[in-house]
Every structure is written in structure tokens, then in C-alpha cells.
Design a protein around this ligand. Structure first.
Ligand SMILES: Cc1cc2nc3c(=O)[nH]c(=O)nc-3n(C[C@H](O)[C@H](O)[C@H](O)COP(=O)(O)OP(=O)(O)OC[C@H]3O[C@@H](n4cnc5c(N)ncnc54)[C@H](O)[C@@H]3O)c2cc1C
Length: 449
């Protein structure tokens, strides 16, 4: 039996790389530190919570073409829905509700027609927003200025607060000061204003763990991939300039012919520092300088409650988004999921302090925005804090494409932070995983042993 191609990291990037490598006929081993696959596409269970809950609400765009192809090939596409025509309910700070439609028109008219008919904005603000969108869609990609700087120079507070900031937050999971305007341009072009119908918002119809943790694992194993969960990689042996084996934290060594490291920048940094000569691998990626954007979600269960929209944007509030999982999953026991603007939540908060905060601040705010929820007795709640939800590029790397190849010829990198075009998203992770697999095949990296 030849040595396998080893993939380190069982997130969606690593799984996409594994799937892409199956047709080579070479053995493929996927190593994942946690007890399950899926990485940041995850679901949790907790005592007292009547159903599983995701690690945070996720939106999938209909324009995630590679993700959708992968799901189709694996047989999981029916687990996703992209309602048509696209609609986003928004409740303004004064409680006025409106729908932001994605019109059934070819892009970019779908997007601009929706903006022009968005009643929460004054006419002037709608016009300014459409002109700014036109400039973002047609102008050269700009990596020097942040999205916040650009938006300040191209509009006013009204459309920033009610439209642009919520869009940046939702699509890029970061405040507009922390990302280059290039990322906003790319997400508008590739995500929302592409193709005949543009990018509708979509969602998973089951808990993410069932789809990515269980469904994908089953498909990979049936196709012959060896999946080893609970296996943390903590080193490697390098002989004559190539990785010859991967070391596990439990002391075992696994021989390999090539490696795909499908890890976020912080985990890659930790692993590379265990290698004999890490500097040429670490330096060009500035791995030590990468940050992360956190995401705090609150899940609430009630015996019975009214349905609300599948998702609702609540700009200007601490509960910035509400997702109704009873509608997303078609399960009446499922929770309501809120994305909280709460990045400064101290790590040391006690459960009692957090409970008080939720009761004092979040629930009244939610009830004011959605009065039909005001009398609901919430039976259980869970706060999920993903401290590293998405990687944040250091400013020195804004606009610079990063290479997935390294100074070690049989080590290729993958992960949501490495796509040359897209900001960190599921689609970027799938594209980078597939690209790593293709590199190994096209450059015959695994055959050079
Ligand atoms: C709450 C939340 C909401 C999000 N919302 C959206 C959204 O709406 N739309 C969207 O497109 N994206 C969203 N994202 C981002 C999206 O989930 C990620 O971009 C994507 O899942 C990243 O996949 P990945 O494979 O690159 O990395 P990961 O999923 O991080 O996978 C890396 C894997 O490597 C494993 N690992 C780490 N170190 C080691 C080691 N030493 N040995 C072995 N294994 C190791 C980790 O356990 C992990 O499973 C969200 C993320 C979060 C957390």
C-alpha cells in the first residue's frame, strides 16, 4: 500500500480537498483534531436544550457555485434551500418593518431595483446607495482603504447604518473598519450581483453538524477516504526537503507522500512552529499577525411560540439578526437564533452575569422589535461564543494574493483565508480545498516520492 496523501484539518476546506483527490486512486487520510468533522460548520448539544443548535447562524448564497457543486456530488444538496425571489425582512431602529427584495431581474438590476424600492431609506439615501453600489461594482478593486473609509467618502450615515454596515457585518463578519473595501466589492460582484438571478440568501435545512459532520464523513468514508477524528497533528519529519511523515500529539507518526494543511492561520502557525525550519514557510504569510473576528450567538427555546421570518435583520441593535430555526429546519422544537453585537464580552463573565445581561438587555430589545415574542416564556437559552469565527488579514496583506504552495514541495495549504479573490467564507474554503487537491494532481506532487 503506498503512503497516503495526508490532509490536516477536517473543516470544509480539508473535506473538499479530500473529495477532489479521490479520483487519483491514491490513499487519502484526513486528520481532524476534534471528535467530529466540519470545523467551523458545527452543531452542539447541551443539557436542557431540547434540540441541537449550530455554533452560530450561517447563511449560504446561491452564488456559492463550488460549494453547491460539492454538495451535489456528495448527495447533500437537498439539505439546502435558496428561496426565490430573495427577500430580507429588516426592522429599522424605530420599529418600522420593510422587506429588502432581490428582484427577479438579471444582476446587477436585481440588486439596484431592490435598493431603490427599499422603504426604510429616504429617496435620497436610496439614490446615494445605488450610486455607491455602481461604483463598487464597476470601479477597480481597492485594497488600500477600509470599507468604512470608502463608505464614509461615498455616502451618509443614513444608508450606512441601515444598509451598508449590516451588509458588511453579515457578508464579511467584521466591522467595516477591519476589512478592505476590496472585500465588499468582491462580495457584491461575486456574491450578490452575479449571473441571471444574482445571489439569493440560502440556509441549511438541518443542523450543520448533521450535514457536514455526519453526512460528509459518511460520503468520504464510502469513497475510500480514511477519516481519523480526535487526531491532533503536532509536528512532521522532513527528509531531503520533503515531508515524509506527520507526527500526532499522541506520539504516533504517519508516513505520507504529500500533505494538504487545511488549517486556519492560527492553527497553521502553531503547527509550522513545530517543524525544524519553519521560517521560510511562516514569513511570507505573516502568520503571527493574523487576527480573528469573534461571533456571539444566543439560542432561545420555548414550548410554543409564534413563527417569525426565517431570518430578519435588526440594524442598530445588540441582537443584530434573528433566525427562526423552526422555519429553517421545519422542526417545531427548534430554537430562535440571535447574532449578538457583543464582541467585547469578557471571557470571565459568570453564567449568572450573562443570564442577567440577556434578561435585562437582549430580551426586551427583541420583544420591542418583534412584539409577537414579548409574552413568550423562554424555557432554555444557550450563548455560543466563537472566538475565532473568521480570520482577519493583517493590513500588510490587504490586496496581496497568498500562495498555497510552500518552500516544501509536497506541502500545499488550504483554508477559507487563502482564496485569491473571496473573503473568508464557506465558498472560499471549498475553492481553496479544491485548488489544493488540483495542485497535487496537476503538479504530480504526490507521485514524486
Ligand atoms: C458562527 C459562524 C458563522 C459563520 N457564518 C458564515 C456564513 O454565514 N457564511 C459563510 O460563508 N461563512 C460563514 N462562516 C465562516 C465559515 O464557517 C468558514 O469560512 C469555513 O467553515 C472555514 O472552513 P475551513 O475548512 O477553512 O476551516 P475550519 O472549519 O476552521 O477547519 C479547520 C479544521 O482543522 C482542525 N485543526 C486545527 N488544528 C489542527 C491540528 N493541529 N491537527 C488536526 N486538525 C486540526 C480544526 O479542528 C478544524 O476542524 C461562519 C463561521 C462561524 C464560526
Amino acid at each position: 500500500m503506498p503512503d497516503p496523501i495526508i490532509i490536516i484539518g477536517g473543516g470544509i476546506a480539508g473535506m473538499a480537498a479530500a473529495w477532489r483527490l479521490i479520483p487519483t486512486g491514491l490513499p487519502v487520510t484526513l486528520l481532524e483534531a476534534r471528535p467530529r468533522l466540519g470545523g467551523r460548520l458545527d452543531s452542539l448539544r447541551a443539557a436542557g436544550a431540547p434540540t441541537p443548535f449550530d455554533n452560530g447562524p450561517h447563511l449560504f448564497l446561491s452564488s456559492y457555485v463550488r460549494t453547491r457543486r460539492l454538495l451535489r456530488e456528495i448527495g447533500l444538496e437537498r439539505d439546502f434551500d435558496y428561496p426565490w425571489p430573495g427577500r430580507l425582512p429588516v426592522i429599522g431602529p424605530q420599529g418600522r418593518a420593510a422587506i429588502l427584495w432581490e428582484w427577479p431581474l438579471p444582476a446587477p438590476f436585481n440588486f439596484s431595483a431592490g435598493l431603490l424600492s427599499f422603504p426604510l431609506l429616504s429617496w435620497k439615501a436610496r439614490n446615494r446607495a445605488v450610486l455607491a453600489a455602481r461604483d463598487l461594482l464597476t470601479g477597480p478593486l481597492e485594497a488600500e482603504v477600509s470599507a468604512a473609509q470608502w463608505l464614509e467618502a461615498h455616502g451618509e450615515a443614513e444608508e450606512r447604518g441601515l444598509f451598508w454596515e449590516p451588509l458588511v457585518r453579515a457578508a464579511l463578519n467584521a466591522p467595516s473598519e477591519a476589512v478592505p473595501v476590496r472585500d465588499l466589492q468582491v462580495i457584491l460582484r461575486e456574491g450578490f450581483a452575479k449571473g441571471l438571478t444574482g445571489g439569493r440568501l440560502g440556509h441549511a435545512r438541518r443542523p450543520l453538524g448533521k450535514i457536514f459532520g455526519e453526512g460528509m464523513r459518511r460520503a468520504l468514508e464510502e469513497a475510500g477516504v480514511q477519516v481519523l477524528t480526535g487526531h491532533t497533528v503536532g509536528g512532521a519529519e522532513i527528509t531531503a526537503g520533503r515531508i515524509t511523515s506527520v507526527k500526532l500529539r499522541n506520539g504516533r507518526s504517519l508516513p505520507c507522500r504529500a500533505v494538504v494543511a487545511a488549517l486556519p492561520p492560527w492553527a497553521l502557525y502553531d503547527w509550522l512552529r513545530t517543524l525544524p525550519h519553519p521560517t521560510p514557510l511562516v514569513a511570507p504569510l505573516h502568520l503571527e499577525a493574523w487576527g480573528a473576528q469573534s461571533l456571539v450567538s444566543l439560542f432561545l427555546w420555548a414550548g410554543q411560540r409564534p413563527w417569525v421570518e426565517p431570518w430578519t435583520s435588526l440594524p442598530g441593535r445588540r441582537a443584530a439578526w434573528v433566525f427562526d430555526y423552526t422555519r429553517l429546519w421545519g422542526d417545531s422544537r427548534a430554537p430562535l437564533g440571535l447574532i449578538l453585537e457583543w464582541p467585547d464580552l469578557p471571557q470571565s463573565q459568570t453564567a449568572a452575569a450573562m443570564r442577567g445581561f440577556v434578561a435585562r438587555e437582549i430580551l426586551p430589545e427583541l420583544a420591542a422589535a418583534l412584539p409577537q415574542l414579548s409574552r413568550v416564556p423562554w424555557r432554555a437559552w444557550k450563548l455560543v461564543r466563537e472566538r475565532r469565527a473568521t480570520p482577519l488579514r493583517p493590513r500588510a496583506l490587504w490586496g496581496h494574493p497568498l500562495s498555497p504552495t510552500t518552500a516544501l514541495p509536497n506541502l500545499v495549504l488550504a483554508g477559507d483565508w487563502l482564496d485569491p479573490l473571496l473573503p473568508p467564507t464557506v465558498e472560499a474554503a471549498v475553492r481553496s480545498g479544491e485548488a489544493a487537491g488540483e495542485k497535487i494532481i496537476m503538479q504530480k506532487i504526490a507521485l514524486d516520492k
